[in-house]
Design a protein. Structure first.
Length: 160
């Protein structure tokens, strides 16, 4: 019976190796489909103080409300509602089609750089998406704690 356990161990190792590649490919596909370019969003946040303040407020609200519990099986309408809610919250960011700042003529140095920058931005977004929501929520929570007043102290009347 050890042959079965050994085979399953090898199979699970191969699955874990391929799963990372699959998650990166799915993340890149999602980034291209919704045109989520990390570099364009970063530039928008860097250059627009009002947008940056709005996104910081949204991040603080998200952290204060806590990590969302894993929902049970969702229907397509639930996913569409969640997408619309996220779209409303992130609408000021340069995410979505059509491409803003599209260069005028093809096959120029400006066009070539635009295409390279877009592909790199989509790839960076795909890598970030492949890490998953729990990673980013924990990172966001740590960042907001650094900016805030620190860890919430224990209550005085709490039993020890």
């Amino acid at each position: 019976m050890t042959w079965f356990d050994d085979s399953m161990e090898q199979l699970s190792g191969a699955y874990k190796r391929h799963l990372k590649l699959i998650s990166i490919l799915i993340g890149c596909a999602v980034a291209v489909i919704i045109n989520a370019d990390t570099f364009a969003a970063g530039y928008a946040l860097w250059s627009d103080t009002a947008l940056r303040a709005q996104m910081v407020q949204a991040a603080e609200t998200t952290v204060k409300s806590g990590a969302p519990a894993a929902p049970p099986a969702q229907t397509l309408t639930d996913v569409a509602k969640a997408y619309r809610k996220a779209d409303e919250a992130l609408r000021p960011l340069p995410i979505g089609w059509p491409i803003r700042g599209w260069p005028g003529s093809f096959l120029t140095a400006e066009w070539n750089w635009f295409v390279i920058e877009k592909f790199l931005g989509w790839f960076a977004t795909g890598l970030a998406l492949s890490l998953g929501a729990p990673f980013w929520f924990d990172l966001l929570s740590k960042f907001v704690n650094i900016r805030g007043t620190g860890v919430k102290p224990d209550r005085q009347d709490a039993k020890k």
